[in-house]
Every structure is written in structure tokens, then in C-alpha cells.
Design a protein around this ligand. Structure first.
Ligand code: PMP
Length: 378
């Protein structure tokens, strides 16, 4: 895709960034027919990618919001606690992931959110939770929304993977749109690093959905006072690339096709890894000897042991690999197993067992499956 370089002019942008980019970003996440946009209740400022959007939002809240505590999921992206603490907020965590099921600890989440003080801020990953790949279902999102609104908790959404989780930009924004639809306030940090591959351009947006158009004007003015002493104004080039794509319907369609192809490839990697683990077992020659041993020696000797069985698949339930969403899989491997795989197989991952599915290919899946098998059976 060729993008005419509209930004040959190297003038400063305004403090709030490129106006077109801001409008189009709000439309992308909230939907073209969003009531909040139609009623001019959204203040959007261009920021330095997702991180910068979170930081500006955090600083704004620390200065102007009455409750300084932000609840973040346990676990979460490692930078979240640092960003918010340095912004002047107090970070506390809420239960999110259940290692036993490798899924959502929904009960724990509800309990922790219900015991937050009224008005507290709650950070929510819009989709493709990093690092776990575990997202609430739409029904669970609805319960979270009702609980949060009933306690006047303020949602702060982090959307770093829109379009990358399901392949549909609208579907990946459903959680956010449920909260906007009820007319309440929220903060929204958007990143174009992954979904447009603009990592190094540092292009993102912070939107604050307010109670009225009048408040949105005041909020935007206060956001300028946060941004001006921090970096004066944001960079031009990346934002002009995003705006060019979002406003041109042919380019937009091409981009969504490419996004879908990337999301589908990640889903296919999940299936390939899951299937590879199901068939992993001792090598053929060893298996042949093992079969002989079991059939002719162990079974006659252990007639009374009715649970005697042997599997050619990797022990454990690996269905979380296909259930989890987005770029990351929380494998459930422990730090010893991760170290073993690094030493014996030269496979490198974070010590919490998180792997990026985007880094896998059909060629490398068998090697990873061999390594996981060896790590869990050693
Ligand atoms: N939020 C989450 C959940 C992320 O995973 C990331 C990037 N890994 C970000 C925000 C910020 O990314 P960036 O600043 O590059 O847009």
C-alpha cells in the first residue's frame, strides 16, 4: 500500500495533535454512530502511542479527579503500574487470571471490584488481554459494566490490539462500546503500534468521554496543560499516515483485510500448536519399545491396576492455547520449565511462560511443541 507523504511539511502540530486523526480515532474505537461523538461529548488528543495516552490520562486524573486509586488486573502489562504510579495515582490490583483453569477468575474480579472505594478508577484491557490472552465474554463484560456503574467506578480502557484479536475492528471494540452506550464517563487509550505496524512512529490517542459537550471542552483545555510541559506537541508523520488510511475507503478496506489475515494467521498458529502437542510423544522407535514393554511386561504384571494407561500426547490440558485471544498465550509453563526450554532448546520467552503467537510459523511450531513436551515430561 502506497501512502503519499502528506507530511513533507515539518511544521509543529497543535498541542492536541492532528485534528483529523483525533476525530477518526474516536470514530474507529467508539463507532461512527456513537452517541457520545454525535453529542460532542468526547475530548480526544493525539499522544505518544498507547503508553503516552495512558500516561497523559493518568496525569490528568491525578490532577483533576477526586479519587486517586487505580485498580489494574493481576497480571497486566508490566508498564501499567509504573506509568500510573509516576503519573501520581496509587495502583492496586484486582484478581483477573486463574492459573488453575488458565482462564478468567471472574468471581475474584467481581469481588475485588465490588470492594473498591466508590469512584475508583479501573483499568480494563479492551480486548486481547496482555499477558494472559484471556478476555471476559460479552455477558461477563455486561456484568462488569453494571457493577462498575452501580459503584460509580471510572473505566479506563487500554486498547492496544483493536482488530488484532478477532480480525474485526468492531468486534474488538464491543466491550468499550457497551460502556459508552450507557451514557457514562470513561477514558480510552488507543495505540496504532500493532494494528497498523507503526511501533516506532509512536502514534496513539487518548479520548475522554464526558457527561456533556461543555465538560468535554473544559477537559480538552486541561489536557493541553498536561501535555504542553511534557512534550509540547506530538509527532506529525505517524498520525498523518493513520489519518490518510482511515479517511480513504479503499485504503481502509485494504487495511482491514490485512488485519484479518494477521489475526487469522495467529488463530491458525494456536490450532497448529495445540494439535502438535496432542500428538507429541516419545519418538517412533522409543514408542515402539514402550508399546512392547507395556503390552508384554507391564500389563500382565499389573493386571490389578485398572488405571494403567499411556498417552502419546503431551500431559495436561492445552485447550487454553486455542481458547485464549490475541497475540499472547499464557502457556502455564513455570519458570523452571521456561529455563529448561531456553537451555536445551534455545527457545526464549518471559519467565511467566508468556509466548507471542505472532512470532511462530508452521515451520517452528514442531520445535516448540517438542520443547514443551520435553519440559513437562522431564
Ligand atoms: N497496553 C498494552 C496492554 C500493551 O500490550 C502495550 C504494548 N505492549 C501498550 C499498551 C503500549 O504500547 P505502545 O506504547 O507501543 O503503543
Amino acid at each position: 500500500m502506497l501512502i503519499q507523504n502528506e507530511s513533507r511539511v515539518k511544521e509543529y502540530l497543535p498541542i492536541t495533535g492532528l485534528a483529523d486523526f483525533n476525530k477518526l480515532s474516536a470514530k474507529l474505537i467508539f463507532g461512527a454512530d456513537s452517541p457520545a461523538i454525535q453529542e460532542n461529548r468526547v475530548a480526544t488528543v493525539q499522544c505518544l502511542s498507547g503508553t503516552g495516552s495512558l500516561r497523559v490520562g493518568g496525569e490528568f486524573l491525578a490532577r483533576h479527579y477526586h479519587e486517586r486509586t487505580i485498580y489494574i488486573p493481576q497480571p497486566t502489562w508490566g508498564n501499567h503500574p509504573k506509568v500510573f504510579t509516576l503519573a501520581g495515582l496509587t495502583a492496586r490490583s484486582y484478581r483477573y487470571y486463574d492459573p488453575a483453569t488458565r482462564g478468567l477468575d471472574f468471581q475474584g474480579l467481581l469481588e475485588d471490584i465490588s470492594s473498591a472505594p466508590s469512584g475508583a478508577i479501573v483499568l480494563l484491557h479492551a480486548c486481547a488481554h496482555n499477558p494472559t490472552g484471556v478476555d471476559p465474554t460479552l455477558e461477563q463484560w455486561e456484568q462488569i459494566r453494571q457493577l462498575m456503574r452501580s459503584k460509580a467506578l471510572l473505566p479506563f480502557f487500554d486498547s492496544a490490539y483493536q482488530g488484532f484479536a478477532s480480525g474485526s475492528l468492531d468486534k474488538d471494540a464491543q466491550s468499550v462500546r457497551m460502556f459508552v452506550a450507557d451514557g457514562g464517563e470513561l477514558l480510552m487509550a488507543q495505540s496504532y503500534a500493532k494494528n497498523m505496524g507503526l511501533y516506532g512512529e509512536r502514534v496513539g490517542a487518548l479520548s475522554i468521554v464526558c457527561g456533556s459537550a461543555d465538560i468535554a471542552v473544559k477537559v480538552e483545555s486541561q489536557l493541553k496543560l498536561v501535555i504542553r510541559p511534557m512534550y509540547s506537541n506530538p509527532p506529525l508523520h505517524g498520525a498523518s499516515i493513520v489519518a490518510t488510511i482511515l479517511k480513504d475507503s479503499a485504503m481502509f478496506d485494504e487495511w482491514t483485510l490485512e488485519l484479518k489475515a494477521m489475526a487469522d494467521r495467529i488463530i491458525s498458529m494456536r490450532e497448529q500448536l495445540f494439535n502438535a502437542l496432542k500428538i507429541r510423544g516419545p519418538s517412533v522407535s522409543k514408542l515402539w519399545m514402550f508399546n512392547l514393554l507395556v503390552h508384554f511386561l507391564l500389563i500382565p504384571l499389573c493386571q490389578s491396576v485398572d488405571h494403567l494407561s499411556y498417552h502419546a500426547e503431551t500431559p495436561g490440558d492445552w485447550s487454553h492455547i486455542i481458547k485464549q485471544i490475541g497475540m499472547f498465550t499464557f502457556t502455564g509453563l513455570n519458570s523452571d520449565q521456561v529455563a529448561f526450554m531456553r537451555q536445551e532448546y534455545h527457545i526464549y520467552m518471559t519467565s511467566d511462560g508468556r509466548i507471542s503467537m505472532a512470532g511462530l510459523s508452521s515451520r517452528t511450531v514442531p520445535h516448540l511443541a517438542d520443547a514443551i513436551h520435553a519440559a513437562v515430561t522431564k
